[in-house]
Write a protein that binds this ligand. Sequence first.
Ligand SMILES: NC(=O)c1ccc[n+]([C@@H]2O[C@H](COP(=O)([O-])OP(=O)(O)OC[C@H]3O[C@@H](n4cnc5c(N)ncnc54)[C@H](O)[C@@H]3O)[C@@H](O)[C@H]2O)c1
Ligand SMILES: O=C(O)CC[C@@H](O)C(=O)O
Length: 527
Amino acid sequence: MPKVLVSDKLSKTAVQIFKDNGVEVDYLPDLGKDKDKLLEVIGQYDGLAIRSATKVTEKIIAAANNLKVIGRAGIGVDNVDIPAATKKGIIVMNTPFGNSITTAEHAISLMLSLARQIPEADASTRASKWEKNRFMGVEVTSKVLGIIGAGNIGSIVADRAQGLRMKVIAFDPFLSPERALDLGIEKVELDDLLARADFITLHTPLTEQTKNILSREALAKVKDGVRIINCARGGLIDEAALYDALKAGKVAGAALDVFVEEPAVNNPLFELPNVICTPHLGASTTEAQENVALQVAEQISAYLMTGEITNALNFPSISAEEAPRLTPYVKLAETLGSFAGQLTDSDIKGIRIEYEGTVAGLNVRPLTAAALTGVMKPQLQDVNMVSAPQIAKDRGIPVEVITREQQGAYESYIRLTVVTDKQERGVAGTVFANGKPRIIQVKGINMEAELTPSMLYVTNEDRPGHIGRLGTLLGQLGVNIANFNLGRVEEGGDAIALVSIDGKLADDQLATIGKLEGVKQARALRF
Ligand SMILES: NC(=O)c1ccc[n+]([C@@H]2O[C@H](COP(=O)([O-])OP(=O)(O)OC[C@H]3O[C@@H](n4cnc5c(N)ncnc54)[C@H](O)[C@@H]3O)[C@@H](O)[C@H]2O)c1
Ligand SMILES: O=C(O)CC[C@@H](O)C(=O)O
């Protein structure tokens, strides 16, 4: 039974879902904050469910020898070292929609709080000051709201702001004009947004491009008296520059849910009266926390129990319907890769994978990942479908994928070609009705062979007596033949024998076979 650790404070709904799905679960909501303890125990788990407190660093991942999946109950995965997880073959998934409405509502709440200085007015009233003249607010109706990042949350904010009769403009290089039209918002450049917005709200992830998107220079370009809201990530605004702009009155107010350093305890911005702060509460509603806990537990369970992949950030999704249809082809692709990988000694210059017929209509990305796994496994023990594409990329191995409709006799087949300096070696296979992979062609030579755990691969010249000599030699070596498959280019040309044998060939047995008259190459293959 797979075992999952919940190391952050997730709704207990998650625990019940894991149990209902047959997954063992340890709910230790404070463990994530204790790096040393986490390092000590992580090796026991197949899955890890987190929010933002657990930092899944390279060191934690290195110690996570059984870990297959990390699930973030939320959106941002900046607390997970995704490249390290990918290299180790660990799926990283999030729940991209579960807290979007809640976060958008928090942004709107902060905007209205800024407009009417609600926190300060509240504090003053409780202090028995009744400062009715001090708190003069602004209306939001007809004001321009500038949204930076119009994705899931940004577009919900746009919708709610339109309900408040605001004019919404957005800067998002990935927002298509059609989508902007659908949302009823005006797509603008950043400088235009800075110059026109009465309120600016940020909804992008923190990336190299978005870091300090509200920099000192950008803040110098804003409309005087703008109000800024950040419910996305600390680091999108240059906090020192914001401090100066607030002090100078260039920015009338800022409402911040997120900070460069979190937990934020000594942030200079706290001194300013025109700043409203919340402690990263964007996703903190009962509804959102139920949603994300439920989703992450379902997603992790599905992956561990059935191989279904949803919302993975480092692997293509595989739906519950697709998973059973893909399984035999995953096996075929990995087997073809393994076949070619075991026969490849020199540097790989490229890999070509052709999908023809029905298989070409499936989601071929997992199949390609499986084929690459097969090719690389003989050289690298720790490679799997998650890490293989990245490893191929890191090693500069170009991977070409071709899909086409059925042209030949087979309803479906996959051909994998490994290109080296010396040659191109192609191997093709299909899946028969029993779901088992079968080889149908090797190096352009047609043959039909089922792949069994232990095989002998021999290339030779097609000469009379060769098969007899090979059979006799195997008998003399005490090797039992389970199946003998043959193919040749033409009479007297290159030929291949693919022999299923019982047990494993020893090195000296293989060397003896290699010396047999007419044999060009002899290899032991394991599947
Ligand atoms: N405060 C919280 O508790 C809380 C809760 C949920 C999400 N978040 C954060 O909110 C942010 C947005 O989440 P989302 O679900 O809307 O993400 P999303 O991926 O749906 O949307 C992000 C948008 O940003 C845009 N973008 C990317 N780079 C950009 C750039 N350089 N300039 C302008 N736009 C750019 C993208 O095109 C996309 O449309 C994330 O950082 C997420 O972590 C915070
Ligand atoms: O888990 C949380 O409270 C915050 C989540 C939020 O930052 C997110 O990116 O989803």
